[in-house]
Design a binder for this molecule. Structure first.
Ligand code: GLV
Length: 325
């Protein structure tokens, strides 16, 4: 029988839901690519935010897969939801749902909600601001000079002299663009249905990618894209690794056409030890940590959506599967 993957070692037992008379508690499974500590932390936050639900672990779901009504998922390994035939909602704890959409065992007819969490958007804006400020003021270059024992200043420019192009006009893109504008950067946003990208690229020194990964955006950041950026431009990739053609990005960095790249996301995560990004002098890496989902605030978002479902309302932030996000 196809079942959720084993979570042997997960400490938290299924919670006994208080029955407040009337309807039986909603049965919810928490599934994902989570270690035991993360699973327990998520379970605690979710059970606190929604005590009236019955939170099942994989073992309980395996005993009675058709009882499971909602799956709360954190980037679950493919196949995690197979056999759950009575699901009414899949609620992602991640903002990006590309991995779920790529899994043929995720039932296509079940509504899928992505995570839209104000705390996560705020964290993303902080990371984008840090990266753009460091690129604009040359702080990554100063870091390199420190390693080389070099005391040398470079020209200081105003934020108004550094145009930034934000790819993505959704929750994250909008929030990041607003934060950068507040800091004085001239910001253009680009998204689906926007004007041709090539023309925009030439006019911007820094590109921040926050697009969702879809068949249309996969590999978008390729040699042609990078060649359209002005000399000494910089890239900040906070979207997905598969937006980038790694070999093309490395070539642009090696030639110096691109001054620097700040990368949070990669084709394979963790990034394999032999990958050149790890040690490239023009690359600054984060371990997919630009905006982690905030347990407490995301649990509130989940609780609101599950209560909406219970009351027969349409859950918020449903994914348009044809669009891909
Ligand atoms: C992180 O990358 C997410 O999609 O939440």
């Amino acid at each position: 029988m196809p079942v959720p993957p084993s979570d042997a070692g997960h400490p938290a037992p299924p919670s006994e839901a208080p029955t407040s008379g009337g309807a039986p508690p909603m049965k919810v499974i928490l599934a994902g690519d989570l270690d035991a500590g993360e699973w327990a932390a998520w379970h605690a936050a979710l059970a606190a935010a929604l005590p009236e639900a019955q939170w099942l672990d994989a073992e309980a779901a395996r005993r009675d897969p058709t009882a499971v009504q909602v799956a709360v998922v954190a980037n679950p390994p493919p196949g995690s939801l197979a056999g759950l035939h009575h699901l009414k909602l899949i609620q992602s704890l991640w903002a990006g749902v590309d991995r779920l959409l790529a899994d043929p065992t995720v039932p296509a007819e079940v509504p899928l909600a992505r995570m839209v969490d104000p705390a996560m958007s705020a964290a993303m804006a902080e990371t984008a601001l840090w990266a753009v400020l460091a690129l604009h003021r040359g702080f990554f270059a100063y870091q390199q000079r420190q390693r080389e024992g070099l005391w040398r200043q470079h020209r200081q420019r105003r934020a108004a002299e550094v145009p930034v192009l934000v790819l993505g006009r959704g929750e994250m893109g909008g929030r990041v663009a607003a934060a950068l504008r507040t800091q004085g950067y001239p910001v253009t946003t680009w998204g689906r249905g926007g004007p041709p990208l090539q023309a925009q690229l030439a006019a911007h020194e820094i590109v921040v990618n926050l697009l969702p990964l879809t068949p249309q955006t996969r590999g978008l950041l390729d040699a042609r894209f990078l060649a359209a950026m002005p000399p000494s431009a910089a890239l900040v990739n906070l979207g997905r690794g598969a937006h980038v053609v790694d070999a093309d990005l490395l070539a642009a960095l090696d030639s110096g056409h691109l001054r620097h790249a700040v990368l949070d996301v990669f084709h394979a995560e963790p990034l394999p030890a032999a990958h050149r990004f790890w040690r490239h002098p023009r690359v600054t890496m984060l371990p997919h940590a630009a905006a982690l989902t905030d347990h407490a605030s995301a649990a509130q978002v989940v609780a609101a959506n599950l209560r909406a479902l219970r009351e027969g309302a349409v859950p918020a932030h449903l994914v348009d599967r044809a669009r891909g996000y």
